[in-house]
Each structure stands twice: as C-alpha cells, then as structure tokens.
Write a protein that binds this ligand. Structure first.
Ligand code: 5AD
Ligand code: SF4
Length: 358
C-alpha cells in the first residue's frame, strides 16, 4: 500500500495517515508497527501503577463522567495510608513507576495535597520509583514546585488538537481554553518533565483528518509519552447521546492510531489505555502487541476506583491485585513481551531530547 510505503520511508503526508486510518487491510500496518516496536523499544512492557488520588474536579469537560456538574458522583480523596499502601504494593511487585491522577483543581489546598503526597511517597519508599503526575493545567511555578518534590513525568492530554473540535468538547469559558492547554504543555517541557500527551479517538464530531492532525501534533510537539484511547460515552455527560462510530470501529481506529504513532515516533513510550479494555476485554494486550509498550494497572482501592468513573463500563477488576496482576502479566507474556520489573522505563525519546543516551 502506497500510504504505508510513504510512512515507512519517512516521507509521508497527512493524507497518507488518513488513508491508513481509512484502510481496512490492517495486517501490513500492524506487522510493520510490531517490527518498529521490537527494533526501537524492544518486546517489553513497562509497568506504571495508577493511583486515582481524588475525583474532585473543578472542570466540566463534556465527555467526562467526573465533571463538576455531575452531582451523582460521590467525591473522594484518598488518605495517606491508602496512598502508601498502593505505592508499597507497586514497589513490591517491581513496578518501575507510579502515576498520581486527579480531577483538575488549582486551589492552594489542592497544590498542597499533591506536594504533601509527593513528600510522603519519597519518605516512605525504600528506593526511588519514577513519579508521573496527571493533575491538569497548573502554573509553571506549581509544575516546578512538584518537580522539585520528586515528580519526573507529567501527563496532559491535548484531547483534540483542532481548536474548533476542542471548543465543541469543552465549555466556552476561561477554564477550558485551548490556548491555555498549549501553554501548560509548553511549561511542562520548560520545567524538564518527561511530557506525555494524547487524544481521544472517536469523539463526536471528529473526522479522520482530525485524528491525523492529532498524530502530527504529538510528533511536532516532540511529546515523549503517549496516552491515547478510544472515547467511551459516559453517563450523565452532555454528549453521551451524540452519534459516534460503533465500538468495534472506535477500537480498531485507536489501534491503527497506535500503530501509526509507533512508526512515526519509534522511540516514544505508548500506553495501552484502560479505555481500550472498556471496549474489548483484551484491548490493552492487543495494543501492546502492535506497538504500545506501557501498561498502567489500576492500584487504587476498589471503592475509590468505582467512584473515578470517567466513562461507562470502566473495568473494575473484582479480583485482588495479586491475582489480577498474575493473570495480566501472563497474558502479556503470551503475546511475546517481557513484563519489565524494577526498571524506570524512561522514554528514550526524552533521553535523546535532553541529550542523554543515544
Ligand atoms: N472516554 C474516554 N476517555 C475519557 N477521558 C475522559 N473522559 C473520557 C471518556 N468519556 C480521558 C481524557 C482525560 C483522561 C484522564 O481520561 O482524555 O485526559
Ligand atoms: Fe475534570 Fe479531567 Fe474530567 Fe475534564 S477530563 S472533567 S479536567 S477529570
């Protein structure tokens, strides 16, 4: 296929990406992306323990189940003991890093909560684990403060790189500004974080051209880590009833986007998002098979996990963590990957960007 040849040669256009997203003959694309994964980042899956620290959010993104206007959500913030237990579990199982995720707030109490949690973790763990924050847009000062307290990486999805689509997915007010989002991503880079971003695939009103532009945005912004998954409608959200692609199509489109990203940005870390699992039980393993190299098992205590309802059908893992992980790791090994223990798994793209490593 011409578009794939162009992509592999490095001389490709946005139209080539659109053609690949449109094409239903995915065999060659996935074979190529698998080979890129093997060659550039190895047949390895890195572990990040996801801690959903608080579902209190001051924003109102139209797609999200924990938006502040959703009064049906029971709001929580984990206490220190719960956080430490989760961290110790991850450390004990050889996870290389932790992700602290919250709804977005920028009040002083919240900034202190994150600062205190970072201090708590560094005091209580026997050795360093990489810490990723996913706590939304903040001032550069706050980003710097958290970096000094031990945060290494930051996830902030662009959600939609087309400002017009971004506006359709968010309220039209100063709290939800596309320009501010871009500034926050810039600030994260300036502060020296490994920066992760991504978008949702299959949101209402999104075209294949939009997805191609999102892929090119991540490349041109020199993003180090990618977290990208299918849109899954959420109860009590204003856009839940809007027309979207069938779930199988959204799932396949997300896989194609992962494969294209692996080829266009071979040395980035790509997460197999939980939303893939919401659409297809083996969704994350399929993503790891064709190009993703990071998994973020949820280590939040069960009740809180339920209350962190970004979308419907969120996998809740009724088993205990040990059993859940044993089964998950086995399935990852079955696709031919090594589940990497006791390694940070820093983004090679980041190391190159800052002049470290090859
Ligand atoms: N479907 C899929 N992903 C969602 N997110 C929020 N709501 C949804 C949804 N309905 C994602 C956003 C956000 C991340 C924390 O969760 O991309 O950045
Ligand atoms: Fe809040 Fe994030 Fe949900 Fe937006 S996507 S409402 S910022 S938790």
């Amino acid at each position: 296929m011409r578009a794939l040849e162009n992509l592999l040669s490095g001389d490709y256009s946005k139209e080539d990406i659109v053609a690949l997203l449109k094409s239903n003959s995915t065999y060659e694309l996935f074979t190529a992306s698998k080979e890129y994964k093997r060659k550039f980042v190895g047949n390895k899956t890195y572990l990040r323990g996801l801690i959903e620290l608080s579902n209190i959010c001051s924003k109102n993104c139209y797609y999200c189940g924990i938006r502040s206007a959703n009064t049906k959500v029971e709001r929580y913030t984990l206490d220190q003991k719960q956080v430490i237990n989760a961290c110790k579990y991850a450390y004990g199982r050889g996870y290389g890093s932790l992700v602290l995720q919250t709804g977005e707030r920028d009040d002083p109490k919240f900034i202190d909560l994150i600062s205190e949690t970072l201090e708590l973790i560094s005091k209580n763990l026997p050795a360093k684990m990489r810490i990723t924050l996913s706590c939304g847009e903040q001032s550069k000062e706050t980003y710097l403060k958290w970096k000094k307290l031990g945060a290494d990486r930051y996830l902030l999805r662009i959600e939609a790189s087309n400002p017009y689509l971004y506006k359709q997915l968010h309220p039209n007010d100063h709290k939800h500004s596309f320009e501010q989002r871009l500034r926050a991503l810039e600030a994260l880079k300036e502060c020296g974080y490994q920066v992760g971003s991504g978008f949702m695939v299959g949101v209402p009103g999104q075209s294949l051209e939009d997805i191609a532009s999102d892929i090119l945005f991540l490349r041109d912004f020199k993003i180090d880590m990618i977290g990208m998954g299918p849109y899954v409608p959420g109860q009590n959200t204003p856009i839940a009833q809007k027309e979207i692609l069938h779930k199988d199509e959204r799932f396949l489109l997300a896989l194609k986007a992962i494969a294209i990203l692996r080829i266009t940005m071979p040395d980035v870390n790509i997460a197999a998002a939980t939303a893939l699992q919401a659409l297809e039980p083996m969704g994350r393993e399929k993503a790891l098979d064709i190009g993703a190299n990071v998994i973020m098992p949820n280590i939040t205590p069960p009740d809180a996990r339920k209350a962190y309802g970004l979308y419907d059908n969120k996998p809740l893992d009724s088993k205990g963590l040990e059993d859940r992980d044993a089964e998950l790791f086995k399935r990852i090994e079955d696709i031919g990957d090594e589940v990497v223990r006791n390694e940070f798994g820093d983004s090679l793209h980041y190391n190159k960007r800052i002049g470290k490593g090859k």
